[in-house]
Design a protein around this ligand. Structure first.
Ligand SMILES: CSC[C@@H](O)[C@@H](O)C(=O)COP(=O)(O)O
Length: 350
């Protein structure tokens, strides 16, 4: 019933579920060097903010093969290079910062071992955070019959249960999971391909809808709550997530539905006062202009393809982290969550 293991590190290889090929084919891609990891992140073989961070951590370890001596310069170059793979998910930079600190603070003789230990630790911490988010989020969804999610913030986007899907997996253990509506999530269909795949693998009832169906379902009273993940959250609680999240949040507000965001605390970027400063990745026009090999937009037309948008905190009912729940997020409640959680792990700030 558990969601699949998205990535693993074995010997001198990072092995990834190739998410570009799901749900057609469940196949793995093996990376043995930094270039391959960079390419896998850029092409969304591995995607989702926490999974990108974990993959990058392991990617640093591949900068020097097992049979060669550790070399600080090569590790530093790998860190710089992996940081260019995608710009929005802050978890990538958070994980690379952790790896950089190990390079800076460790004797060269011990470095290989220390980097591997740190990458495994980042991975293990993510497993724990997913389960804690599931625990904290489950009560918010317990009374819901139908929940809407956008993109994929499940096991495929993390080490295990995911963030937005973690409360649903948690409830599913007691056969109490709500039915899930998954926005297909144009243009790359992470909802239709990935969320629907992993929830149905786990035995959770899921129905895929086009992105433009969500408003109509809300109007008919068929959705009780919305839950999504995040790629970066500002100090004010503004949330960057997959393009289309903002539209869903506006619709939820209009229909009086709670909009929940689930993310580990390493998705917060407290250096950014507001969501306006979050860098938004612009992706290739072909992702919009082509479906498979078929072109659906004329060459003469421009295409805009931002991968993410920003939902202002005022549209969000609560942010669920591994430490607890931030209700009505704003600058004060976010700051208090970090303060109080530092004193009391898993605290719930009201
Ligand atoms: C737990 S993952 C949260 C987000 O990373 C997820 O919702 C998302 O937007 C992923 O975008 P993607 O472009 O597929 O990496």
């Amino acid at each position: 019933m558990a969601a699949p293991e998205t990535l693993r590190f074995a010997g001198d290889s990072l092995i990834l579920i190739d998410q570009t090929r799901l749900p057609d084919t469940l196949t793995e891609l093996t990376c043995t060097n930094v270039d391959q990891v960079h390419d896998a992140i850029r092409r969304l073989v591995v995607r989702g903010a926490p999974a990108i961070g974990i993959a990058a951590g392991y990617g640093v370890c591949l900068a020097v093969p097992q049979d060669e001596p550790a070399d600080k310069e090569r590790y530093r170059q790998a860190i710089e290079y992996l940081a260019t793979s995608r710009p929005t998910a802050v978890n990538l930079f958070w994980a690379l910062d952790r790896m950089r600190r190990i390079v800076d603070d460790t004797e060269t003789a011990d470095l290989k071992e220390a980097l591997r230990a740190e990458a495994h630790q980042i991975h293990e911490e993510d497993r724990q955070m997913c389960h804690q988010i599931g625990e904290h989020g489950a009560p918010l969804l317990a009374a819901c019959r139908n929940v809407l999610t956008h993109c994929n913030a499940g096991g495929l986007a993390t080490s295990t249960w995911g963030t937005a899907l973690a409360p649903i997996y948690h409830l599913h253990r007691d056969q109490k999971a709500p039915h899930v509506f998954a926005d297909e999530t144009r243009p790359l269909l992470q909802g239709g391909r990935l969320t629907a795949w992993e929830l149905s693998q786990a035995g959770v009832a899921v129905t895929v809808i086009t992105d433009s169906t969500a408003g109509s379902l809300m109007r008919q009273g068929k959705i009780d709550a919305v839950i999504v993940g995040a790629d970066r959250i500002s100090a004010a609680g503004d949330v960057a997530n997959k393009i289309g999240t903002y539209s869903v949040a506006v619709l939820a507000k209009h229909h009086g539905l709670p909009m929940y965001v689930a993310a580990p605390t390493n998705t917060f970027d407290l250096t950014l006062p507001s969501g306006d400063e979050i860098p938004i990745e612009q992706r290739h026009r072909d992702e919009v202009a082509c479906v498979g090999d078929v072109q659906i937009v004329p060459d003469a037309a421009g295409v805009l393809n931002p991968a993410f948008d920003v939902t202002p905190a005022e549209l969000i009912a609560a942010i669920i982290t591994e430490r607890g729940v931030i209700r009505r997020p704003d600058q004060n409640s976010v700051a208090e969550h970090f303060r109080s959680a530092d004193r009391r792990p898993n605290a719930v700030s009201k």
